[in-house]
Design a protein around this ligand. Structure first.
Ligand SMILES: [Zn+2]
Length: 351
């Protein structure tokens, strides 16, 4: 394993950002290659600690010459977001200088060709970081972007072109649900990793061996040793299942038994009022149409000071907010519905 340091110059003299990159060489040039990154939204740490638990497993595989495909690992993908504190609170989702989400504005290339990328010396620091991350990952057969939600089940976003090819990955990782999406108008990292393959010959696209996903490892507070170990084991099983790492002790995964939900079935449930949320449901709960999901206490102690929110359709709760204060119009939760949502959103679900 080699460790190198990437350096992104800041937007003013005297400032620079650095992050480490780990690379394992594969023994077989024809084997699938992999790229893993965590904490693009810099405060989302379940993937960071999962990588920490995965590294000794890969080091052992390397020592035993069982790493077939090249692996690149970026455990802290966003040193800019990592450094952002605003009045003592960490702000890792949006770049404070531009208000742009760190997982939007990635270049969506027409083909998987690094020569089409913008010059890495152009743009602000956050844009240059994004270009560099695509440069590091482009062309890898497996690209995993490790995030987490507010509070939620472990689930994957997967582009429709990769389903059901990636059912083995979902099964190997042991996640609870898959959300399928089809269009990216905002330039997510996942979009930048899969959209370049949509209009190229099948011999280049090779969807049957490609795996690209945004991994949502539960919630922001689900950072602990037990989850880190089980998530690392899931990542390792994926790498073995796809032939990047050799390990005969790992069984072959094929079928995913969990729910697979099209993005347009997700009800985000904008809050009708600003106030304090009293949730009736938590991630994993099954709900029927008309079940109460939450009560918003907007005028405490007053007649009519509570507003109830009901399920518009049956389904299960995928995520909910971690904070209990809400403004009118902000989303209360993700209800993965059995049918298309009346409030179906295209592109990304959130800002
Ligand atoms: Zn995220």
């Amino acid at each position: 394993m080699q460790k190198t340091i990437e350096r992104i110059a800041g937007d003013s003299d005297g400032t620079a950002y650095e992050f480490p990159v780990f690379r394992f060489d594969g023994t077989d040039k024809a084997a699938p290659s992999a790229y893993l990154q965590a904490a693009l939204h810099a405060g989302e740490l379940p993937g960071v600690v999962a990588i920490d638990a995965l590294m000794p497993m890969l080091a052992k595989a390397e020592a035993e010459k069982r790493i077939r495909g090249a692996i690149t690992i970026v455990p802290w993908a966003n040193p800019i977001g990592r450094s952002q504190y605003h009045f003592g609170e960490h702000q890792g989702r949006f770049h404070l200088g531009t208000r742009v989400n760190f997982n939007r504005g990635f270049p969506l290339l027409a083909a998987p060709d690094a020569r089409l990328l913008p010059d890495t010396s152009l743009g602000g620091a956050d844009q240059r970081l994004k270009t560099r991350l695509v440069q590091l990952s482009l062309g890898r057969d497996i690209v995993l972007d490790l995030h987490c939600d507010d509070e939620g089940l472990p689930y994957l976003y997967i582009h429709t072109s990769l389903w059901p090819h990636m059912a083995d990955c979902a099964a190997a990782m042991g996640i609870d649900a898959v959300v399928l999406w089809s269009e990216d108008t905002d330039g997510t990292f996942e979009g930048a990793s899969i959209m370049p393959y949509q209009n190229v010959p099948a011999s280049v696209a090779r969807f049957e061996r490609r795996a690209v996903t945004t991994v949502e490892y539960r919630g922001m507070l689900d950072v602990n040793g037990a989850y880190a170990a089980s998530d690392a084991a899931g990542l390792y099983r994926l790498l073995v299942t796809r032939g990047v790492v050799q390990d005969s002790s790992i069984p072959k995964f094929e079928k995913f038994a969990g729910p697979v939900v099209p993005l347009e079935n997700i009800d985000m449930m904008p809050s009708p009022k600003a106030g304090a949320i009293l949730y009736d449901v938590k991630p994993g709960d099954r709900v029927a149409k008309g079940d109460r999901l939450a009560t918003i206490v907007h005028a405490p102690g007053e007649a009519g000071g509570r507003t109830e929110v009901f399920a518009p359709q049956s389904g299960f709760i995928l995520t909910r907010r971690s904070r209990r204060i809400i403004r009118a119009g902000e989303d209360l939760l993700k209800l993965a519905g059995d049918k298309r949502s009346g409030d179906a959103r295209s592109g990304t679900l959130e800002d």
